[in-house]
Write a protein that binds this ligand. Sequence first.
Ligand code: CA
Ligand code: CA
Length: 102
Amino acid sequence: MAYWQLALENDDRYQEEVLGLTNRLFTVFDLDDDDTIGRSEFADFYGVFGLSVELAETVFTSLDTNEDGAITRNDMLEASGEFFRSDDVDSVGNVLYGPFGV
Ligand SMILES: [Ca+2]
Ligand SMILES: [Ca+2]
């Protein structure tokens, strides 16, 4: 996290793009508009794409790093940073966006 924040400070345009994409995706997931994504919202969204509830559960658990049962914009932003910075196919960000072909 610290490294990522540091890296972004040096790249305003990159930061804007990641923020924009993350905010759009977050809004799509957050069906009831309470600014957090719960397990059921997450599973519903995966269902719309024909993806399994099991996969949704796995990804949700990876994203919810503080284990409070909800994904916040911050949780998602961290995962997005990993996705765009990392070539590691197993990183949580790739698990998040991979199925949607972003
Ligand atoms: Ca919500
Ligand atoms: Ca959380």
